[in-house]
Design a protein around this ligand. Structure first.
Ligand code: URA
Ligand code: SF4
Length: 210
């Protein structure tokens, strides 16, 4: 597997990209997953949100952020005064990576590897090139590692106004903000209300940069 680059279409628009991404075999993740989950939203969106990878529900439905994390994201966007319809929403990796518990049917989310994040990045860079957002929000460390810096630490740089890695900047230089992944506010051992409020605060701050 040589990464997604060789699967990019000649015409760069969202429909051509999404269609081409359905046939991507840039890494091994296409094999076990049901389908490619491409980004969704208006091509002229000024704000782009980047998650990690589709989850179980997204893999079945073919749309980003439609499962539990997506419902929480919708609530957080509403609380931050951002209309989801105006935002372009995508993921760093376009196929669901999972493990199956021994003998079980349930598919358990597994973090994408560095190699898989790099392999899938051409799709994300192409989405950035087409949408040309003014502000990008990295939802979780995976997106920030794909776009800002390979060793990005959320605990250090969360909420700061950052730039894309030089490699992807070119004529495109959106402001970048990294925050927690919505699913981090669904975990049992955290103060969920505080985590949710902090996500809303970061989204509100990012929207304020527009
Ligand atoms: N988590 C993500 O990072 N992206 C999705 O689309 C769903 C869950
Ligand atoms: Fe291609 Fe990305 Fe899917 Fe890998 S995860 S097969 S690079 S679309």
């Amino acid at each position: 597997y040589r990464g997604a680059q060789g699967y990019l279409p000649d015409t760069l628009d969202l429909l051509s990209l999404e269609t081409a991404a359905r046939g991507c075999r840039g890494c091994d993740l296409f094999k076990a997953a049901e389908q490619t989950v491409f980004g969704a939203g208006p091509a002229d969106a000024r704000l782009m949100l980047v998650g990690e990878q589709p989850g179980n529900d997204e893999d079945l439905e073919g749309e980003p952020f439609v499962g539990p994390a997506g419902r929480l994201l919708d609530k957080a966007l509403a609380a931050a005064g951002v209309e989801r319809d105006t935002v372009y929403v995508t993921n760093a990796v376009k196929h669901f990576r999972f493990d199956r518990a021994a003998g079980g049917k349930r598919r358990i989310h597994k973090k994408p590897s560095g190699g898989q994040i790099t392999a899938c990045r051409p799709w994300l860079v192409a989405e950035l090139d087409v949408v040309r957002p003014d502000v990008v929000v990295c939802l979780g460390v995976t997106a920030a590692r794909a776009l800002v810096e390979k060793n990005f630490k959320l605990t250090v740089h969360r909420g700061e106004v950052l730039q894309l890695d030089e490699e992807f900047r070119g004529t495109l230089d959106p402001k970048v903000v990294a925050t927690i992944h919505p699913s981090a506010a669904l975990r049992a051992h955290v103060d969920r209300d505080a985590a949710f409020d902090s996500l809303v605060r970061d989204l509100h701050r990012a929207a304020g940069l527009l």
